[in-house]
Design a protein around this ligand. Sequence first.
Ligand SMILES: [Zn+2]
Length: 271
Amino acid sequence: MKLTEANYYSREANLHYFSVSQFKDFMKCPAMAMAKLRGEYEDRATRALLLGKFVDEMLTGTRKSQMEFIEENREDLIKKDGNYYADVAQAVGTIERIKQQPKMMHYLNGKHQVIMTGEIEGVPFKIKMDSFDENEFIADLKYMKSLRSPNLFQPMIKYWGYDYQAGAYQEIVRQNIGKRLPFFFDVGTKEKPAHLALGEINQWNMDEALDVIKKNIVRFQKIKTGELPAERCEDYDCDHCTTTKIITEAIDTDLFGMSTAQIKAMKGEII
Ligand SMILES: [Zn+2]
């Protein structure tokens, strides 16, 4: 299957290829990942997603694609009085500050939205890069809440699984051009004032993340093709498991709000 800008996110492409977001879905909850593939479940179309696309478009798009993006999303971006909504205006301010940072802009000035495919452990894999220079780098733009990790014991990049993105992208690019390129993150935060950062993920982190992908992807592919059952995570924060749960018996009230892993740990079972 040949991937293009038009079919990259299609159901057919997602069935044929793995992607980083799909891999992360399977890591979190195979049942949710499969429901998504069947078209039964979608991530909430959040404002965060729209703002991320807006920042990406304004920094890496062409004049034409920027106009199209604003036109398509006019109601969500611009108030009736013609001004931007407050969060969009804040994003515009941050975009202007990033534009004043030559080093950050350097890594955004590669080829944009470059699609490549390859295989990891024999499983077809697709990637789409924000910015790519075949002689120098792979770069990704993140417009996010904070540079701080929500988990004190885990670096931010690892908490959000961005190390999987870097590791997989580097590997697929290597398969295509024969070179291992460094991976950079251009980050702007939604804090007031916005923090700006340029980060390079170290090779050790990418190797470790790619290793985790290699260790799991064949099993996930078997779930995808129906050879293995798609387990439910039953985690409290999994929208799919929450909305499809069938209650078969009463549980001890002390277990309310706990994840499957926590309950197993409480009962002394090995996780
Ligand atoms: Zn789940």
